[in-house]
Design a protein around this ligand. Sequence first.
Ligand code: 4NP
Length: 160
Amino acid sequence: MQRIGVLFVCLGNICRSPTAHGIFQQKVQDAGFAELIDVDSAGTAAFHIGKAPDHRSVSAAGKRGYDLSRLRARQALAEDFHRYDYILAMDEHNLSSLRAIQPPDPRAQLSLFLDYAPDQPFREVPDPYYGGSRGFEVVLDLIEAAADGLLSDIQQRLHG
Ligand code: 4NP
């Protein structure tokens, strides 16, 4: 069976999308799907290529049991649309940057990540970079909820 590929995308790939990457990877592992689902993350901007996630994201996620420390930032590429099934943007700005590089006939379905968390009071994951520590907790809450919704969606797909 072809593996299902999931790519999370934000602006810098150092706060929101690595958080989603680490959380979703953990949930995939806990559900016993590590052999079936590939997880990755990228940024629409090139500022932080090769860098580890922001220490505030690593620390906040670590307190909830998720290890982001080994992730490294990269930039989203047009070819990602052929390599992944789901490309999940953290906000509308990321979504429009991705639409601008989307090739014809993509394999990937492109959407906002929080489409998988319809009960949450936000449609976008707010950028925590210039704010205080509370922003990083909001990011974690939203991403944990959407990761559960996404995993249910994929489980339904796997089981027909
Ligand atoms: P992210 O957050 O998109 O969630 O990784 C940001 C990281 C860096 C910058 C902006 C947002 N920046 O302007 O450098």
